[in-house]
Design a protein around this ligand. Structure first.
Ligand code: GDP
Ligand code: MN
Length: 396
C-alpha cells in the first residue's frame, strides 16, 4: 500500500525523524486557520505548497510551488488544489489533486550552503537484508543518477536480526561528505529512519531530497513510503490511510474478493492458479506475440464463482483481445473449472473475445470435453505450446 507524502512524514515524525513541518488541506477555506497553526509552530512566513498524489516528479509537473507571504500562499494553494497534475510518473491524463500539503520553506538562506541528498531504505532481495541506498545526488531522479553516475550511489546492507549498527550510520554520513554538526545530525537521522522503516513494517522508504539546511540540520523534505500489505493487520491505524482514489479500481475490487490481480498494458488477459504458473503463462503470451494485460492468480480455490469474478475483472480492460486460462488441477478439479468457465460465459453474456483454456491435472479429459462441446468462442489446449499457437492464431 502506497502512502501520500504527508502520511509518510507522519510516520517519520512519530518516530522522531526530523521532517519539514506542514499542514494538509483539502479545501481552500481551511487555509487561514491551518497556515496560522503552521506559522505558530515554525515561525516562518515562507511556504512551499505540495500536491498530494501517489506519483513522484511533482516538482517538474508544477505540483510543488513556493509562496513568500499569505497572499501568495492563497493564490498558489488554490491553483494547485483541484488541478489536474501531469508528471513524468503519471499517465498522460494526469491525476486530480484533492489535497495539498503546505510546508514551511526549509531552504532559507543562512551560514552554510543547503545540500540535497538521496536516501532510501528497502529490502535487498539478493541478500535478504534490509538495505540503505544513498547518494550525494539528491533531488534528482535516482534512475537518472543510476544510469549516468552509478558510482555516486552507495549501498549499506543491514542484517535485520542485528538492526542498524552505529558504525553503519556513521559510514553513511561520511560517504555523504558531511562533518561536524551535520555529520552528527545525519547519523541520528539515518538511525531513526531505519527504526521507523522497521517498526512501520514498510517495504520502501524513499526520502528524496534529504536536506542539509543552512544551519546544518538534516531533515526529510519528501517521503515516499510503501507499507507491506501483509503487515497491515497489525497496523490498523494505517488501514484508514488507504486512498482508493489513487488506486486502480480493478485491483481494489480484486483485493476485496481475495484475488491477486495486477493491471498491465497488454492485450491478452490471463487467469491462472499459482503465482509461478502465472509468471510462466505471461512468458508464454509474450513468446506468442501477445502482451499480458494483467497478472491474475486466482489461488487454490478456482471454483466457478471465483472464475466468474475473475472474468469480470479481466473484461473491464478494453485492451483485452483474448483470454488465456491456464489452470493446474491439483486440489481443484479441472471439470469443475471448465464448467465454471462455461457458466461464467453464460452469465456474463457480453464476452466477445476468444478464450483459450488449458486445464491440466485431475479430470482434465472431462474438462476438455466440456470445453470442446460448448458452442462459444472457447477453445481448449492441452500442451503449453498448443496454447501459445492458439493465442497467435486468434490475435492475427
Ligand atoms: P517530487 O518532485 O514529487 O519529488 O517532490 P519533492 O517533495 O521532492 O519536491 C520537489 C523539489 O522541490 C525538491 O527537490 C526541492 O528541490 C524543492 N522543494 C521542496 N521543498 C522546498 C522548500 O521548502 N523550499 C524550496 N526552495 N524548495 C523546496
Ligand atoms: Mn522528491
Amino acid at each position: 500500500m502506497n502512502l501520500h507524502e504527508y502520511q509518510g512524514k507522519n510516520i517519520l515524525n512519530q518516530h522522531g525523524v526530523r521532517i519539514q513541518r506542514g499542514v494538509v488541506l483539502d479545501n481552500i477555506d481551511q487555509i487561514e486557520k491551518l497556515s496560522k497553526e503552521l506559522i505558530d509552530e515554525t515561525g516562518t512566513n515562507w511556504f512551499v505548497v505540495k500536491a498530494q498524489i501517489h506519483a513522484g516528479g511533482r516538482g517538474k509537473g508544477g505540483g510543488v510551488k513556493l509562496a513568500k507571504n499569505m497572499a501568495e500562499l492563497k493564490e498558489v494553494a488554490s491553483s494547485i488544489l483541484g488541478m489536474n497534475l501531469v508528471t513524468p510518473q503519471t499517465s498522460k491524463e494526469g491525476k486530480l489533486v484533492s489535497k495539498v500539503l503546505v510546508c514551511e520553506d526549509v531552504y532559507y538562506p543562512g551560514e552554510f550552503e543547503t545540500e540535497e541528498f538521496y536516501v532510501s531504505i528497502l529490502l535487498n532481495r539478493n541478500t535478504g537484508n534490509n538495505m540503505i541506498m544513498y547518494s550525494t545526488e539528491g533531488g534528482m531522479d535516482i534512475e537518472t543518477v543510476a544510469e549516468n553516475t552509478p558510482d555516486l550511489i552507495f549501498y549499506e546492507d543491514i542484517d535485520p536480526s542485528l538492526g542498524i549498527q552505529p558504525f553503519q550510520a556513521r559510514k553513511v554520513a561520511f560517504n555523504l561528505g558531511l562533518g561536524g554538526e551535520a555529520f552528527k545530525e545525519m547519523v541520528k537521522f539515518i538511525t531513526l529512519l531505519y527504526k521507523s522503516y522497521v517498526s512501520s513494517d514498510s517495504s520502501l522508504f524513499e526520502i528524496n531530497p534529504v536536506l542539509k539546511t543552512s544551519d546544518n540540520k538534516i531533515m526529510a523534505v519528501d517521503a515516499k513510503v510503501t507499507l507491506d500489505d501483509n503487515s497491515l493487520f497489525r497496523h490498523k491505524e494505517y488501514l484508514s490511510w488507504r486512498d482508493l482514489k489513487e488506486e486502480n479500481p480493478v485491483e481494489t475490487e480484486a483485493r476485496e474478493v481475495g484475488l491477486n490481480y495486477v493491471d498491465l498494458d497488454g492485450n491478452v488477459g490471463c487467469m491462472v492458479n499459482g503465482a509461478g504458473l502465472a509468471m510462466a503463462t505471461m512468458d508464454l503470451i509474450k513468446q506468442s506475440g501477445g502482451e499480458p494485460a494483467n497478472f491474475l492468480d486466482v489461488g487454490g480455490t478456482a471454483d466457478a464463482k471465483r472464475v466468474e469474478i475473475a472474468f469480470r475483472l479481466i473484461l473491464r480492460d478494453p485492451n483485452v483481445k483474448a483470454i488465456l486460462v491456464n489452470i493446474f488441477g491439483g486440489i481443484v478439479r479441472c471439470d469443475r473449472v471448465a464448467q465454471g468457465i462455461v457458466d461464467a460465459y453464460n452469465n456474463l453474456k457480453d464476452i466477445d473475445v476468444p478464450i483459450i483454456v488449458r486445464l491440466q491435472g485431475t479430470n482434465s479429459e472431462l474438462a476438455k470435453e466440456i470445453i470442446d462441446n460448448c458452442d462459444f468462442k472457447v477453445y481448449s489446449a492441452v500442451e503449453f505450446q498448443e496454447a501459445a499457437d492458439k493465442i497467435q492464431e486468434v490475435l492475427s
